[in-house]
Design a protein around this ligand. Structure first.
Ligand code: 1GP
Length: 236
């Protein structure tokens, strides 16, 4: 089952195809011990910059996932495809509309075994994803838990993703959300900028997603891998 591939993942890097990244930095990230590299971004993602980044990542063994955010940038050849469903969007396009149009175009040729839906709850109202999807945020804990249950129990989505992109979130909320899930894996992303925050987030979530810091400080980005491993070792 494709779901089982992600069940061991504690840490992933999210690389933005619209941001420059040198070969040495890319190599360091890919051989860092991270569990996977996710390619995705909220804006400026094109077929060309996505395929270019994929071909560079493919020099390494790390699993590589495309988070599909643009119909024009669906590049074949990734190990998995994550399809975001923005649960707290006030624009139905980000819950079902774009997805329905994608299936109209690609429904007959999609590698269904490699597709996983992510139930996003976008909690930083100032992030690009929140603005683009008209996310209803911030939310209180009851709202978040209700979305998490909706995704986990009703829709049976394999991933619930608490997205604080750009800011570090409320780890008690993340922890509480994880406890409500019965089968979905809890991804957390946002503001992880080094060892300490990565360790705290890895203790609260199942999988942590590290993005922006890659482009600010490669050393601090790499420390987050060790933090996730240390957290997992402490869990045992
Ligand atoms: C963004 O959740 C990821 O989609 C990671 O967030 O860029 O803040 O690390 P940061």
């Amino acid at each position: 089952m494709v779901d089982s591939l992600i069940n061991e993942w504690k840490h992933v890097f999210k690389l933005d195809p619209d941001k420059p990244l040198g070969d040495d930095a890319l190599e360091a990230l890919c051989v860092s011990g991270t569990d996977a590299v996710v390619v995705g971004g909220s804006s400026g993602v094109t077929f060309d910059n996505t395929i270019e980044l994929l071909s560079r990542i493919r020099r390494f063994e790390v699993p590589c996932v495309l988070e599909v955010t643009s119909l024009d940038a669906v590049v074949p050849g990734f190990d998995l495809y994550f399809v975001p469903v923005a649960l707290n969007s006030e624009d139905a396009n980000y819950i079902v509309g774009h997805h329905q149009r994608a299936l109209k175009r690609y429904g007959g040729i999609l590698p269904w075994d490699g597709l996983l839906a992510e139930g996003y709850v976008i909690l930083n109202p100032d992030c690009t994803a929140a603005r683009i999807s008209s996310a209803c945020a911030p939310l209180d804990v009851k709202d978040v838990l209700a979305y998490a249950r909706f995704a986990d129990r009703l829709l049976r989505l394999p991933i619930v993703y608490l997205e604080y992109s750009g800011v570090f979130g409320d780890m008690s909320l993340v922890d509480e959300t994880k406890k409500t899930l019965t089968q979905a894996r809890l991804f957390y992303g946002g503001g992880i900028d080094g060892y300490e925050k990565a360790k705290a987030a890895a203790a609260a979530a199942d999988t942590i997603v590290v993005g922006n810091v890659i482009y600010d400080s490669l050393d601090r980005a790499l420390e987050t891998v060790r933090a996730a491993k240390d957290s997992a070792a402490g869990d045992r």
